[in-house]
Design a protein around this ligand. Structure first.
Ligand SMILES: [Zn+2]
Length: 91
């Protein structure tokens, strides 16, 4: 078990889809890995907060502001400077 494998299986772990052997392997790895313990904690917090927010209405002012921002973003020309950047030339 490594960090990548744990990351790939977090959702299955929390959904109860892993067998005992897989769960134990994840828990053993997390016991010795700060990064994966933080990942599991953050995942659980995100799920809890998302569940709490699911029933809330979005305030109309926020919704309108978001729609305006999206419309502006869609109307703006695409900035292709990154994709087309060519630093191979000289001065
Ligand atoms: Zn890890």
């Amino acid at each position: 078990m490594n960090c990548r494998e744990l990351t790939e299986r977090v959702m299955a772990l929390r959904a109860g889809e892993l067998n005992l052997r897989a769960r134990l392997a994840l828990q053993l790895h997390a016991a010795f890995c700060d990064c994966c313990r933080n990942l599991l904690s953050t995942y659980d917090t995100t799920v809890a907060v998302s569940a709490e927010l699911a029933d809330r209405e979005i305030p109309e002012a926020v919704s309108l502001e978001f729609e305006a921002m999206m419309a502006a973003a869609m109307a703006a020309p695409v900035d292709a400077t990154v994709a087309d950047a060519d630093d191979s030339g000289g001065a």
